[in-house]
Structure formats: C-alpha cells, structure tokens
Design a binder for this molecule. Structure first.
Ligand code: IMP
Length: 426
C-alpha cells in the first residue's frame, strides 16, 4: 500500500477532505504535515457536518490520525476540537502528535494581529491565528516544541527567553502591554497531562507503517499558491503546503510518496489579499459565492470568487508532480449558459500561456477566456462519468487538456458519496 499526498492546487479551500474521504476506511494513517488551525475542512458524514481546523480529517475514519512535526499546534484549539468531537460520540483517542511539532503560544496570536494592523494597506490578510509568528520563531530557533511541554523547567526557560525580544517589540513598537512569561508558561503547561499520552516519534512510526505496507495519506492544508516558496509571496502562508512539505513535515523520504493527488475546485476562490487573475468583482462572482457557500470555515470571511484558471492549476500540477486531479464542486456550475475558462493571460499586451514567475506579471495578468457550453441538469446524483451531461463531460475534458494532468475524480455534491470516480486513487 502506498503513501498518498493530497494537496490544494489553487489558493486553498478546494475541498481536500472530499478526496481523502474517497479513500475512506482503507486509510491506516492520515497525516497533517503543515500549517495550523488556519486551515478549515468541512466534512459531511452521514448527513452530519463537521468543521475541523487543526485535526486531520481522518479523525472521522477508523485509521490513526497524525499531527506531524511540520504543523504548528494551538493547544487550546486542539483540545476544544477533541472535546467537541467527543461530545458528538467520536472517539479521538487514536490521535498521535509529533514531539517535534511547534506550539502556537498566545503571544503569537497577538503578534499576528498587531503586525497586520501595523502593515495597514500592505497587510497579508492572515487568519489571525498566530501561524506566521509561530513559524518565524521556529526558523529563528526560539520556538516552543511539543516535547518542551514534558519538561516544566525547560518550557519556562524557553518562554522567558523567547519573550525578552518580543516584549520589547510589543511595548516599544506596537504600543501593547508586555506579556508575562509565567502566565504563558502556566497556560501551556495546563495542557501537558493531556498531551503526554499522544506524543510520539511520528517519523519512525510512519516509516515503519509504510515499510509494513500500510496506506498513509498526507493531508495538505492550504495550497500550492499559498506556499511560502512557490506561492504569490508575500501573500502566502508561512509553511510549505506543497507535496514536498509532506516529507519535511512528517519525516518520510520523497521515494515514499507514490501518488500525489491535486485538488482543484471547478472554479477558483481565494481568501485574504494577493493577486487573483480570474477574480470576478461583479454579480457573477456573487452568484458563485452564493451557490458555492464560499465563506471561510476558519474566519467566516467571504471568499473572493472567479472562473477556473488552468494556468494556476497546471503550475501546481507540474511543480508538485501531481499524478491525479480531483475536481471538486462541479455541481456548483450547474445552470450557467456559458462557462468561461481562462486559456492564457495578457500581460502588457503579450499573450502568456504559462503561469508567470514574476509577481508583477501575475498582478497585471488579464485573463483570456474561452467560453464553454454549460448544462442545466442536476448532476448531484451522477456516479459515473457517462451519466454526466455531454457539455459537462466536455468541460471536464477541456480542463484536463489545459492542466495537462488526468482528472481522476469529480465532486458533485457535499456528501461523502457524491463523487464520480474515473480512476482509483489507490
Ligand atoms: P496565515 O496562514 O493565517 O498566516 O494567512 C496567510 C494567507 O493564507 C492569508 O491570505 C490567508 O487567508 C491564507 N490562508 C491560510 N489558511 C488558509 C486556508 O485554509 N484556506 C484559504 N486561505 C488560507
């Protein structure tokens, strides 16, 4: 059985949980490898809706849910999600947590918010969850790790050391109150007893599992174009949601990744600031937002909406070695007479057929559209490709050509079973 990575190919919120769901009960491990509770997975299982931010979506399946070293963990959120699931009768006792994962401390959230305010017009539009500042501390080597929670004095020392510089910044630059190191340490240590039984050498356990032929799904959060190295920098998140992040964020080698599944929404959305060439600022955008329920799972913010952009998805497929694309929310496009699909950009009067590397070109890019015929039939009950209306099939086929990657699955409704599988993902 293989290692499978599931990543977003646009700017997040593609419905990645939907593809993981198709693998269902055969998954032995579901691993979150990057990001924190800035993510949002909405899952509908047996008609019940679950919104998860930090826990792997596999928490609802029989396998083992894993939080890898590449994740930043807000302990308060972790346990409130666990408690909420337990209250609905879901067993979360199988969850394991990497000793090397970093912690989001309360001061990271404060810093996230005050930095955004300070940036003013140049703000990133972050989720305000402290994710960027926690990763900044990790790279600056002043972060707090899950394993530090298991040694009270070590944790107290690290919090105090980390706050020396931050308190200067908070007080002198941002005009905020200084943070009390003991208060922060007491707060974090209050979770230590609940954390202890979950802490593992996740890298060892996953390698053993893969060696033993188990099926491991690495569940990306955010998406390729929000990646700190490959996304629309600086309008990105502070981690590596790309497929390669599954290796650094969990401790498995690249040769362990057998399939890379790229999730693409049948149109495009983005939350926060940053360029978005096919964005619709008119009634068509409002209609997509309304029909698709495009409001953030994490922040409730209305998502920016636009037509499908194959240049965006093709770049993600190419740079991640995507083997299969899962197209989500195709049912949302039902009822349009014509559906525009972007086939190129116009940048300074020149036609560009590949997603540009220069940020300035992405900002200036004007989409060149091809207009495909729409369909009016309800497709939510379709389970095979042949059952889809002919024009809907043609839409999928044209996208496949433009993104240069096969489409192996299609989401036709919010339910777990509302999917058309063309090729198996395992
Ligand atoms: P941060 O990850 O909170 O630092 O936010 C950085 C950027 O990534 C902002 O534009 C956010 O809106 C965006 N972002 C972070 N997480 C998600 C997500 O799960 N879906 C969509 N956008 C996200």
């Amino acid at each position: 059985m293989p290692g499978i990575v599931v990543i977003g190919t646009q700017w997040g919120d593609e419905g990645k949980g939907k593809a993981t769901d198709q693998l269902g009960d055969s998954v032995d491990y579901t691993v979150r490898y990057s990001g924190g509770n800035n993510a949002g997975h909405t899952l509908v299982v047996n008609g019940e809706k679950y919104a998860l931010h930090l826990l792997p979506s596999g928490i609802l399946n029989p396998g083992i849910p894993v939080i890898g070293n590449g994740v930043v963990v807000d302990l308060e959120v972790l346990f409130s999600e666990i408690d909420a699931l337990n209250a609905r009768g879901i067993d979360t006792s199988r969850l394991i947590l990497s000793a090397n994962a970093h912690i989001i401390a309360p001061y990271h959230k404060t810093l996230d918010k005050v930095t955004e305010r300070f940036l003013g017009k140049r703000k990133i539009g972050t989720t305000g969850r402290g994710v960027g500042p926690a990763y900044a501390d990790k790279i600056n080597r002043v972060g707090l790790r899950i394993q530090d929670l298991l040694d009270e004095q070590l944790l107290r020392d690290k919090v105090a050391a980390s706050l020396i510089q931050k308190n200067q910044l908070l007080v002198k630059v941002y005009n905020q109150m200084a943070v009390d190191a003991d208060e922060v340490a007491d707060h974090l240590l209050s979770f230590a007893d609940r954390v202890r039984p979950m802490v593992r050498d996740v890298a060892r356990e996953l390698n053993d599992a893969l060696e033993a032929g188990k099926l491991v799904v690495f569940e990306g959060a955010q998406a390729h174009h929000l990646d700190v190295d490959h996304g629309t920098y600086p309008y990105v998140t502070s981690s590596n949601p790309i497929a390669a992040g599954a290796c650094t964020g969990s401790g498995v080698g690249p040769n362990r990744l057998d399939r890379i599944v790229g999730i693409a929404k049948a149109y495009t959305t983005r939350v926060g600031e940053g360029p978005f060439p096919t964005e619709l600022l008119d009634a068509d955008g409002d209609r997509l937002r309304h029909d698709g329920g495009e409001f953030g799972t994490t922040t409730g913010r209305p998502r920016r909406c636009g037509w499908f952009d194959p240049l965006v998805v093709e770049a993600a497929c190419t740079y991640n070695g995507v083997t299969d694309v899962f197209l989500t929310k195709l049912d949302i496009l039902t009822g349009w007479e014509k559906i525009p699909v972007c086939v190129a950009y116009e940048v300074d009067g020149e036609r560009v057929e590949h997603y540009p590397v220069m940020m300035d070109d992405i900002v200036k890019a004007k989409p060149v559209y091809e207009y495909l015929d729409g369909w009016s039939e309800d497709i939510s009950g379709c389970r095979t490709f042949d059952e889809l209306p002919a024009t809907c099939q043609a839409y999928v086929k044209r996208l496949e050509e433009l993104i240069r990657c096969r489409i192996s699955g299609i989401g036709v409704g919010p339910g777990r079973e509302q999917a058309v599988m063309i090729h198996d993902l395992i």
